[in-house]
Design a protein around this ligand. Structure first.
Ligand code: 2MQ
Ligand code: ZN
Length: 375
């Protein structure tokens, strides 16, 4: 069966595991390594598709769990699918609902068949199975669908993680069998296994047998210390096929995106940049700026002196601080435009450094200015 997703390896870094690639999808090409803005409910909050294109967003995420609850995947399907519904003609990746049910829904029961949960919106009871998740994603029409999985919390004991991971593998097979549109919509398998090397190896081995066109590392960025996250990545990435996209679920700060890319990750997503923007925190080349801070009251310079985004070209810190102070919507819009532009530009510069084989120099220069901070 010919997959709708093809990964093209363009160049490998000689000093790290970073690689320059291109993912060919039915809705266009994606250059990797890439950061994917999250548009959970069929919109990247505060951004129009034109503004997303203006900052060179190449692919966005949306969520099965949310769109199933509202407006209902049947309505999106009747609209002609998610691309049409939200007026976005570039690639879309949809997450499967696994993570959202556990993190948002009031999870009631999990068994071999699937997961029973109560909606976080109105408390209504639902039961989602691997087949239901793929039925919803087929209706949404996303280019990349994520397999229905269980993202175990941190920490979890080895026996629970093993049982959960083995069930996630059985669910992945059921997802593959349930895909009604395999020529147009690809499924990515999600490697689980918690923080246990043997379980991560088993998960990768079993999922590779199912021959998915791409693979994600799941079960991380769930509160574990950064050094454990990197350790798990260091032994998990080598288990993933070199000729397929590698997607890390849940990373969106500049330092993490660089660290993941040099470990061989091609794709990452996170609500962080858009979420903190709405709260008035912006990412800059010199670290975090909390724009509500009174020290910006008479600062008529841009958010980031090195940034060429619409917000930095046309507005000052003092103005954007004012907007947040009086709770004006434009504040969130300008901070969102800036944060997404910042991360997307960072990935463009990172890709350039791979092209020119100077990734470690790029990383060193970044940290010299950045100073590092936790969001
Ligand atoms: C913020 N941290 C984070 N960790 C994740 C793990 C999974 C994960 O293990 N599985 C799935 N399906 N999604 C995950 C997500 C959502 C990605 N948009 C995660 N996000
Ligand atoms: Zn900017």
């Amino acid at each position: 069966m010919n997959s709708p997703i093809k990964y093209e390896l363009i160049k490998e870094s000689s000093e790290t595991k970073a690689r320059l690639g291109k993912i060919h999808t039915p809705h266009g090409e994606i250059e990797t390594p890439i950061f994917m803005p999250v548009g959970t409910r069929a919109t990247v909050k505060a951004m129009t598709p034109e503004e997303l294109k203006e900052i060179n967003a190449q692919i966005i995420l949306s969520n099965t769990y949310h769109l199933y609850l509202k407006p209902g995947h049947d309505i999106v399907e009747e609209a002609g699918g998610l691309h049409k519904f939200m007026n976005w003609d570039r690639p879309i990746l949809t997450d499967s609902g696994g993570f959202q049910v556990f993190s948002l829904g009031n999870m009631r029961k999990i068994n071999e068949d699937g997961v029973e949960f109560k909606s976080h919106i109105d408390g209504s009871k639902h039961f989602i199975t691997p087949e239901k998740s793929i039925e919803i994603q087929n209706a949404l029409g996303s280019d990349i669908m994520m397999a229905f999985d269980e993202c175990v919390s941190y920490p979890s004991d080895w026996h629970y993680v093993k049982d959960s991971m083995e069930r996630t593998t059985r669910w992945a097979k059921r997802c593959k069998d349930a895909n009604k549109n395999p020529d147009k919509q690809a499924i990515f398998g999600i490697i689980q296994g918690g923080m246990y090397k043997d379980l991560r190896e088993q998960s990768a081995r079993e999922l590779l047998e199912l021959d998915f066109p791409g693979y994600a590392v799941g079960g991380l960025s769930v509160g574990e210390p950064a050094d454990i996250l990197m350790q798990v990545l260091d032994y998990t990435v080598p288990l993933m096929p070199a000729d397929k996209p590698r997607y890390f679920m849940g990373a969106g700060s500049p330092d993490y995106l660089i660290e993941l890319a040099i470990r061989g990750i091609d794709m990452a997503d996170c609500v962080l940049p858009t979420r903190i923007a709405r709260n008035g925190t912006v990412m800059t080349s010199r670290g975090k700026v909390v724009i509500r801070n009174a020290k910006h009251k008479r600062d008529f310079t841009p958010l980031d002196p090195e940034c060429s985004c619409y917000a930095c070209k046309n507005y000052s810190k003092a103005y954007i601080r004012h907007l947040f102070n009086v709770d004006e919507i434009l504040g969130s819009r300008l901070a969102t435009i800036h944060n997404l532009h910042f991360l997307i530009k960072l990935m463009e510069d990172l890709r350039e450094s791979i092209r020119e084989d100077r990734v470690l120099e790029f990383r060193r220069d970044f940290y010299l200015k950045y100073g590092g901070f936790d969001y």
